[in-house]
Design a protein around this ligand. Structure first.
Ligand code: AHG
Ligand code: MN
Ligand code: MN
Length: 334
């Protein structure tokens, strides 16, 4: 049966109808994000043709070289949302401190945290990259947002999503009740509902980790990955190894097919590489709503109280049974 023809705007409006007291502000914010995604996607999809590849010559707060598309995507997210009156504060991977709403604009009730372009190392090679976003309610007392608003535990998110710029551009998000995916149709300029209720298989057959780091892994991770490589027909092993190097792309594949993504702590990076607030938390919120699980090896990602915007965390995320197995190995129980 052909899928219903539903735009993201109509889906958001239909969902809002279930909340009679809704003001429409949250719905408008989701639509603002879909608009920003179209603008970023337009630039990403023609990256090879215009001068947006390569580096800006600057380095970001993490000491990483900033690519022009990182900066461009960051600018689009800010300019598409700063004047809307929906947000009280933002924070971005590409900016050291919180991003206040310019004084000339009204502050709103929501907080937006984002990774404007994830998978930057892949940009020039035309490999899938993405944008990740996380939305909270304002909790601070004053009129405008503060750092406190940006450091809420992931379990308090009210929405999270990502855009993946790949063979097609897809926007996947949840507002807490189910995960849905919209595929962009450039001929009409609309995101159309393509995945109504994404559920991640309880167990997969794919593992995704940068094995180049294995010499630095702790014992438990080494044992777990070796376990996945053993032949055992009963438990569908060996698993297949798939590692794209763009978190959004590796996560999206596992969300649809089942599997586990790991960026563990290691002897060189005791907190892992990925950032809690705008990478791990939004994807953890999504995977839990899709029936999966996300852990730092010892506890749920969503239960970690962030101490700083750019703090890193080990991330083990994907199919419930696979992540639980990995936790058992990391904790020395297997
Ligand atoms: P970003 O481009 O936003 O800095 O994120 C890159 C991250 C993530 O996308 C990916 O999973 C990871 O870096 C890859 O790291 P390694 O190259 O160390 O495997
Ligand atoms: Mn990233
Ligand atoms: Mn990034």
């Amino acid at each position: 049966m052909s899928p219903k023809l539903v735009t993201i705007e109509r889906h958001i409006t239909d969902t809002q109808r279930k909340f009679p007291h809704a003001t429409g502000e949250f719905s408008a914010l989701l639509n603002d994000l879909a608009f920003a995604a179209k603008i970023i996607g337009r630039e990403v999809n023609k990256a090879g043709l215009v001068d947006v590849l390569g580096f800006t010559g600057a380095t970001n707060v993490h000491g990483e070289e900033v690519r022009k598309l990182d900066e461009y995507a960051d600018e689009v997210m800010f300019r598409a949302l700063d004047h809307t009156g929906r947000l009280c504060v933002m924070a971005s991977e590409e900016r050291e401190d919180i991003i206040p709403i310019p004084k000339k604009f009204k502050c709103g009730n929501y907080v937006l945290l984002y990774d404007p372009l994830d998978g930057s190392s892949n940009i020039d090679a035309n490999v899938s990259i993405g944008t990740i976003f996380s939305i909270y309610r304002k909790i601070s007392a004053g009129e405008c947002g503060t750092l406190e608003d940006c450091l809420q535990p992931g379990s308090d998110q009210i929405a999270a999503g990502y855009i993946i710029y790949g063979s097609s551009t897809m926007l996947v998000f949840t507002t807490g009740n189910g995960v849905c995916g919209f595929t962009y149709d450039p001929s009409v300029g609309e995101f159309l509902l393509s995945h109504e209720n994404i559920q991640i298989p309880k167990r997969g057959k794919i593992y995704s980790v940068n094995e180049g780091n294995s010499a630095r892994w702790n014992e438990g991770i080494k044992k777990y990955v070796e376990h996945l490589k053993q032949v055992d027909e009963e438990t569908n092993r060996p698993y297949s190894s798939r590692y794209i190097g763009s978190l959004v792309a590796d996560f999206h594949r596992n969300l649809l097919y089942g599997g586990i993504f790991l960026y563990p702590a290691d002897k060189k990076s005791p907190h892992g590489k990925l950032r809690l607030v705008y990478e791990a938390n939004p994807l953890a919120f999504i995977v839990h709503r899709a029936g999966g699980y996300a852990s730092n090896g010892g506890q749920r990602i969503l239960d970690i109280k962030p101490e700083s915007i750019h703090q890193r965390t080990p991330l083990i995320i994907g199919s419930l049974e696979d992540v639980k197995d990995a936790e058992a190995f990391i904790q020395g129980k297997r």
